[in-house]
Design a binder for this molecule. Structure first.
Ligand SMILES: [Fe+2]
Length: 226
């Protein structure tokens, strides 16, 4: 993915998010230079910030997701059972833009339709070995109410609706009818280790540097903030 395209997606996402009255935190707008100079551990170490992925396939409009991690705790606190054990993201699934089938080993997440089109999730329960169970009925809480679907059933969330995905539940999702603003409230999040994809796929994009970054992506931190 070209850096110029990443910059363009950041500008489009920022306008889309603001159109719903959601405003991102101040550090979202720091320049790469400012982030390099200030380098707060509370941002850099827990990887808060911009995250744009084409899952390594180079077709962002068909396979991709915009994310911004607003807050995140520390995985070490999970073992202690207290501390900042939570995370929050704001995301955009564009119309018919797929986030491919995956599950998490640690993270439970509420996926919330914050506005725009319908958010469609394809769901499967985990088999005993953690793989996809293509037979088992899917049972998920949606805003406190249990919903049952056949294996691979499509759960369609209107604006305001949400689903709780416990660790192990397989999910893929996309926007239907229009782009969708998505909230995620979850257990502390580690995108380097806790995404298990059904197909071999990358979580982050390869960036081709054809212009200066408007803002750094979390996947830039290791390289740019060294
Ligand atoms: Fe997920």
């Amino acid at each position: 993915m070209k850096r110029s395209r990443v910059n363009e997606i950041i500008r489009e996402a920022d306008a889309f998010i603001r159109s719903f009255g959601y405003v991102m935190p101040p550090f979202a707008y720091w320049s790469p230079q400012e982030l390099r100079e200030r380098r707060p551990a509370g941002i850099v170490d827990v990887r808060l910030g911009w995250d744009i992925t084409d899952y390594g396939r180079g077709k962002f409009d068909e396979l991709g997701l915009f994310l911004f991690t607003v807050r995140n705790g520390r995985a070490e606190d999970l073992a202690r059972g207290k501390g900042m054990l939570y995370a929050e993201k704001i995301m955009i699934s564009r119309k018919d833009q797929l986030s491919p089938m995956h599950r998490h080993a640690i993270k439970a997440e509420d996926i919330i339709n914050r506005g725009g089109g319908k958010l469609v999730l394809e769901l499967f329960m985990p088999a005993a070995d953690g793989g996809i169970d293509r037979q088992a009925e899917v049972t998920v809480p949606t805003d406190g109410v249990i919903r049952k679907l056949p294996a691979g059933g499509l759960l369609k969330l209107d604006p305001g609706e949400s689903v709780t995905l416990l660790p192990g539940v397989w999910h893929a999702f996309w926007g239907e009818g229009a782009d969708v603003l998505i909230g995620e409230v979850s257990t502390v999040n580690d995108d380097l280790t806790d995404n298990i994809f059904a197909e071999p796929i990358g979580r982050f994009s390869e960036i081709e540097e054809d212009e200066e970054p408007l803002h750094l992506l979390v996947s830039d931190y290791d390289h740019w903030l060294r």
